[in-house]
Design a protein around this ligand. Structure first.
Ligand SMILES: CC(C)(COP(=O)(O)OP(=O)(O)OC[C@H]1O[C@@H](n2cnc3c(N)ncnc32)[C@H](O)[C@@H]1OP(=O)(O)O)[C@@H](O)C(=O)NCCC(=O)NCCS
Length: 262
């Protein structure tokens, strides 16, 4: 089999990569929106067989690797190109002393799921994605929280990456009033807010929903918060099934896949 070279992406790869990333999914793809951002961030990897035939991006934080945007040209699949890209990203993580590696896979994407299983990833958690429309509301009972039990809340979603909540992150979330709480004791629900880095006017919410009433308070707050802060879209990621609430719409579920690197 002709060998595949893995290298860092450069700006001139954009056109050839986007050519095979146009109709990846039934709804298209999002790589064109994130390409420049990932290129600037670094760790955007290309598989090349004279021309680019695959890509993936990795984000290294504290002691974890986040792998995203794995795409293989449909003419070059089943040649272990994705597997090599993932291993490449993992190996860099090991050199940086990362202890685990994560990726997010749509529960209906069996090729990707089987690929991750073949590389020893396990389902760590399953997350549901809901959308909610901004709306002026007045009736909600929430508070802003400054500390978190990090055994319960160890990661949050930032631009569709599940990232660790370290001390600096916690401080910045607190200072920006991005930790929202409703209810008390076992009936408490909590949301962590962040603006999407890639999509304009999009609020991304990690929601830990423990009780319907406190969740409904948070949903109502989110609608009003979005109007006030000019967000046009609210994307909610939660492990729970949410109660019925006006414009709240269930979209899809994802498996958060995890592999230990040690
Ligand atoms: C999923 C995807 C990245 C796999 O790329 P690939 O280079 O063909 O994967 P590999 O050759 O490394 O596959 C490794 C293993 O994964 C599994 N696998 C990959 N594609 C599969 C498929 N279509 N059906 C069943 N198993 C599959 C197999 O176990 C395979 O090993 P095998 O060939 O020895 O049976 C590719 O199909 C793709 O780009 N899909 C569209 C984009 C996408 O879904 N990206 C992932 C988003 S999370």
């Amino acid at each position: 089999m002709e060998s595949v070279k893995i290298r860092k992406a450069n700006p001139s790869d954009r056109e050839s990569v986007l050519k095979f990333c146009q109709n990846t999914f039934s709804w298209g793809d999002y790589i064109d929106h994130v390409w420049d951002y990932w290129l600037d961030e670094g760790h955007l990897f290309i598989s090349e067989k004279q021309i680019p035939v695959g890509m993936c991006h990795a984000f290294y934080s504290e002691n974890q690797v986040w792998i995203e945007g794995i795409r293989i040209d449909s003419n070059f699949r089943h040649q272990k190109i994705a597997s090599q890209l993932v291993r490449h990203a993992e190996n860099i993580g090991k050199e940086m002393n990362a202890v685990s590696c994560y990726m997010l896979i749509d529960v209906e994407n069996s090729p990707s799921f089987l690929m991750s299983r073949s590389l020893d990833y396990d389902v760590f958690q399953t997350w549901n994605f809901y959308s909610l429309e901004p709306k002026i509301t007045t009736n909600y009972d929430v508070e802003f929280e400054k500390c978190l039990n990090r055994k319960l809340y160890s990661q949050y979603v930032k631009s569709w990456r599940w990232l660790p909540i370290d001390n600096d992150t916690l401080l910045s979330l607190y200072l920006q009033k991005n930790i929202v709480l409703s209810g008390t004791g076992n009936e408490q629900s909590l949301a962590i807010l962040s603006a999407s880095d890639h999509f304009e006017r999009t609020l991304i919410v990690t929601l830990f929903s423990n009780f319907d009433n406190s969740t409904l308070q948070i949903l109502s707050f989110l609608q009003n918060y979005s109007v006030k802060n000019k967000y046009e879209r609210i994307q909610i990621l939660t492990q729970e099934k949410l109660p019925i609430f006006n414009s709240l719409e269930y979209r899809i579920s994802f498996n958060l896949m995890k592999k230990s690197l040690v």
